[in-house]
Write a protein that binds this ligand. Structure first.
Ligand code: BYC
Length: 328
């Protein structure tokens, strides 16, 4: 993929001969598959790229709790409620692993949260869509966590040690999340005509935003070439998106649901599904803060943070008291 990206000439990566001796040694370690650890020397741009990606990823995990949290009180059974609660708690855990991984790069959690709350930092576009019915909870597990797994399994092998290790645990939990989502969809698809229509409606609304999760097309992905050279990205946005389509279409067929894409067609020659054009205008609009729920999500996050201030103060006061007691 790296060669392919360099060929496109989109964003030139640094040629080895233009690198300093330190940079060359660093690149040689990456090329040899050696993990980079927090205390190792690294180019400033590598550190910055990781802080950007890992913190966006962390923010996505905790903002991702909000659309699902919307259905905790309305889950149809006690069992579904406890499964959903466990899933949402897992997402908080993923946020914690990821903020911790970002902190190993010399940035503080307060700085990262401040960037999120002030609207400076990005988080995944997918969480700016509303959860209108219970079927949306099924669609999120199946499609959104499904897409997350496809994107994150390769990250378990990325070059930065703390990020790659965090991803291993995250992916294990995501597998359970995707299963629970598919199980909800299955129940609805096999239920009454109204329930099946609800499942179809959720698929209609979540299909395209889920494909957008993989980011802009390779031709427009500004960060990919450099991230590929540093083995942060092992596959391109389009490669992973294709994997998502190939994996998910048969699952939709099994449910008896229709993927909302008139151009979707198996291509025997390529051995992949061909699929329609993504509405990139919608994607960029969501990234600019104009998706259906951007403002609401940010408001809810900021309020949750402010409401929790007394608890964080109490924790610090307790820790100070313990430290004073020990010192006495
Ligand atoms: N949404 O050059 P590109 C989850 C931005 S959590 C928003 O291709 P890159 C879950 C991109 O950041 C899922 N922004 O960038 C949680 C860049 O902007 P900046 C989250 C997007 O980084 C709870 C610009 O567009 N997963 O599944 O090489 C409940 C150009 O893009 C998006 C991760 O974060 C987007 N969809 O590649 C349930 C995975 N796409 O920063 C489920 C880790 C692109 O230059 N991240 N942008 O201003 C990655 O793998 C990569 O960062 C991406 C983008 C593939 C997302």
């Amino acid at each position: 993929m790296y060669a392919q990206m360099v060929e496109t000439g989109l964003k030139k990566v640094q040629a080895v001969e233009d690198m300093s001796a330190e940079e060359q040694a660093f690149q040689a370690r990456i090329d040899a598959g050696v993990k980079i650890e927090p205390k190792d020397w690294m180019p400033e741009a590598y550190r910055k790229t990781l802080v950007r990606q890992i913190s966006q990823h962390a923010h996505s995990e905790i903002v991702g709790q909000l659309p699902e949290g919307n259905w905790v009180t309305r889950a149809p059974t006690l069992k579904r409620k406890s499964i959903l609660l466990a899933k949402i708690q897992d997402e908080a855990g993923h946020g914690l692993y990821l903020y911790s991984a970002a902190e190993t790069l010399g940035v503080s959690r307060d700085e990262l949260l401040d960037a999120l709350h002030s609207g400076k930092a990005k988080y995944s576009s997918i969480f700016n869509y509303p959860t209108l019915t219970w079927a949306d909870i099924g669609a999120i597990g199946w499609l959104v966590d499904g897409a997350a797994i496809i994107n994150q399994v390769p990250l378990c092998r990325c070059s930065y040690g703390p990020y790659s290790r965090a991803m291993i645990r995250v992916c294990k939990e995501e597998a359970f999340h995707a299963r629970q989502g598919y199980d909800i969809m299955m129940k609805l698809a096999q239920g009454s005509p109204e329930q099946k229509a609800m499942a179809q409606d959720a698929l209609n609304r979540w299909w395209w935003p889920s494909l957008m999760m993989f980011g802009p097309s390779d031709a427009n992905s500004v960060n990919s070439a450099q991230s590929a050279q540093w083995r942060i990205k092992l596959f391109s946005n389009d490669e992973l998106r294709q994997r998502m389509v190939d994996q998910t279409v048969p699952q939709a067929e099994f449910l008896g649901l229709t993927v909302p894409d008139p151009d979707l067609k198996w291509n025997e020659e390529r051995g992949h599904y061909d699929f329609g054009e993504i509405d990139w205008e919608e994607f960029h609009n969501v990234l600019k803060g104009n998706g259906p729920c951007n403002r609401e999500r940010l408001r809810t996050r900021v309020k949750a943070y402010e409401d929790g201030q007394w608890f964080r103060d109490a924790l610090v006061a307790h820790a100070d008291k313990q430290a004073a007691r020990k010192a006495a």
